[in-house]
Design a protein around this ligand. Structure first.
Ligand code: FES
Length: 147
């Protein structure tokens, strides 16, 4: 596991987390290239099946990054996302996969430095966990069937 470089998918809402990621870049707050950003209109659009699919297709970790509590531009998409992440964690736990591979985080558009810090922390955590045991196996064999 010495040279293991995790692949991490970050579903970032357009309004806060994605802007924060942009700000991190423009302020030269480095974050690992392991983090692959998927821009979504709101984290409320991220479903359980999207997270599961990311894990099945090769991600070692997934996080959903939305607006701060009360600041979602679509009212409560971030709360819905938090519930879905909690549901995924429960499923992972039940099938014997580390639930820490999936997280929900929130931030404002101005928190570029925090975006970078969180990306570093999550990358380090996933690096310690090692490769996702179910990535890249076919849907028929996978415990992570997405329906
Ligand atoms: Fe950012 Fe909904 S618009 S979480």
């Amino acid at each position: 596991m010495g040279n293991f470089e995790p692949v991490i998918v970050a579903f970032c809402c357009n309004y806060c987390a994605y802007t924060a990621a942009d700000m991190a870049g423009s302020m030269r707050h480095c974050y690992p290239p392991n983090v692959k950003i998927v821009k979504v209109p709101c984290t409320g659009k991220v479903d359980v099946k999207h997270i599961m699919l990311a894990l099945r297709k090769g991600a070692d970790g997934v996080y959903v990054a939305g607006c701060l509590e009360g600041d979602c531009h679509f009212k409560n998409g971030n709360n819905k996302a938090a519930l879905r992440v909690a549901r995924v964690k429960k499923i992972l736990d039940e099938i014997g996969i580390e639930k820490e591979r999936v997280e929900m985080v929130t931030m404002s558009a101005g928190m570029g430095k925090d975006f970078a810090r969180i990306a570093v922390e999550i990358t380090e955590k996933i690096r310690k966990l090692g490769p996702n045991p179910v990535k890249n196996i076919s849907a028929g064999q996978s415990k992570l069937a997405t329906g």
